[in-house]
Design a protein around this ligand. Structure first.
Ligand SMILES: NC(=O)c1ccc[n+]([C@@H]2O[C@H](COP(=O)([O-])OP(=O)(O)OC[C@H]3O[C@@H](n4cnc5c(N)ncnc54)[C@H](O)[C@@H]3O)[C@@H](O)[C@H]2O)c1
Length: 288
């Protein structure tokens, strides 16, 4: 059986490999009982990974973390000045098709896709929200995740690889004044759960990570815009964001990277369809 896309043939596993006794290479064969032990391998040695939006911020930290764990990592970014391996707007179908065709040639396949791109979108109450800005936020965050998965999955099926989608705490809570971002990030969790179900029988795992407030320029911008929209001083809002969290602090980009490495490693071979908050335990999304 083969999956044909753009003239390239990718072998597919039989439709129900469990019933046919086929070893998925993820430790499961024949019956509902695993026949191999977890090797406890937390590295990514020998794996090929793409991190989208990996030119800066959390994406760069993820790429660095995966390299340290032994993976061959390439990154794409829409911003040329971040020196990505591929300049690509993940919301643009032509860019995405061309990038994955180059990855197929450059790396000979792909074991890991990290859908990290996310733009904050507008900050406004629903009746004051610019509909065009709403559409653009959903187009990049949700549409970009879909487009990259659509192009990557044949390669992930071939390698029995995995995917991690970066959502946010706002992907599991309401978040006032940021509804398009919230809608897209809840959508990413829906995609994650659905794709894990679609692709599990091919040995492909799909998980999501929900970062909380991460120290860095992106959160600085979020707080500045929220301060402008509400009149609440930025420092008060920053403290409010820390107070939302049981551990009472922002997390670092390296914390997100460490969790991505774990989820993509052989040690996580039976973890799929899951949503992992890395946030110090956010209790509420109200910062005011
Ligand atoms: N920073 C936080 O506190 C925080 C919290 C929760 C979730 N997140 C999520 O983590 C991810 C990374 O966030 P970050 O803080 O590093 O953001 P960032 O804005 O600092 O970096 C995003 C990177 O993606 C690139 N990018 C933007 N649009 C793109 C596109 N259409 N195609 C390709 N590249 C594009 C940017 O050029 C940039 O290099 C996002 O999905 C974000 O929603 C961030």
């Amino acid at each position: 059986m083969a999956c044909k896309r753009s003239g390239v043939q990718f072998p597919l596993a039989p439709r129900n490999p469990f019933a046919l006794g086929v070893d998925l290479g993820v430790g499961t064969s024949f019956s509902a009982v695993s026949t191999t032990q977890n090797s406890g391998d937390f590295t990514l040695r020998g794996l090929r990974a793409l991190v989208t939006g990996g030119g800066s911020g959390i994406g760069k930290a993820i790429a660095d973390g995966m390299k340290s764990a032994g993976a061959t990592v390439v990154v794409c970014d829409v911003n040329d000045s971040t020196n990505p391996d591929y300049v690509c707007d993940v919301a643009n179908s032509k860019d995405v098709t061309s990038m994955f065709s180059r990855i197929s040639t450059d790396l000979g396949g792909l074991d890991i896709l990290v859908n990290n791109v996310g733009v904050p979108g507008p900050t406004a109450r629903v009746d004051e929200m610019d509909p065009e800005a709403y559409d653009e936020c959903v187009r990049v965050n949700l549409g970009g995740t879909f487009r990259c998965a659509h192009a990557a999955v044949p390669m992930l099926i071939e390698s029995k690889g995995s995917m991690v989608n970066i959502s946010t705490s706002a992907g599991i809570y309401g978040y006032p004044l940021r509804s398009p971002y919230v809608a897209a990030k809840w959508g990413i969790i829906g995609l994650t759960k659905s794709w894990a179900m679609e692709l599990g029988e091919f040995g492909v795992r799909v998980n999501a990570i929900c970062p909380g407030s991460v120290s860095g320029p992106r959160m600085d911008g979020v707080i500045a815009r929220e301060s402008a929209a509400t009149g609440i001083p930025a420092e008060e809002l920053r403290q409010g964001y820390a107070n939302q969290v049981s551990l009472r602090t922002f997390v670092e980009a390296s914390d997100i990277a460490a969790s991505v490495v774990f989820l993509c490693s052989p040690a996580a071979r039976f973890i799929t369809g899951q949503v992992l908050p890395v946030d110090g335990n956010i209790e509420t999304m109200r910062a005011d």
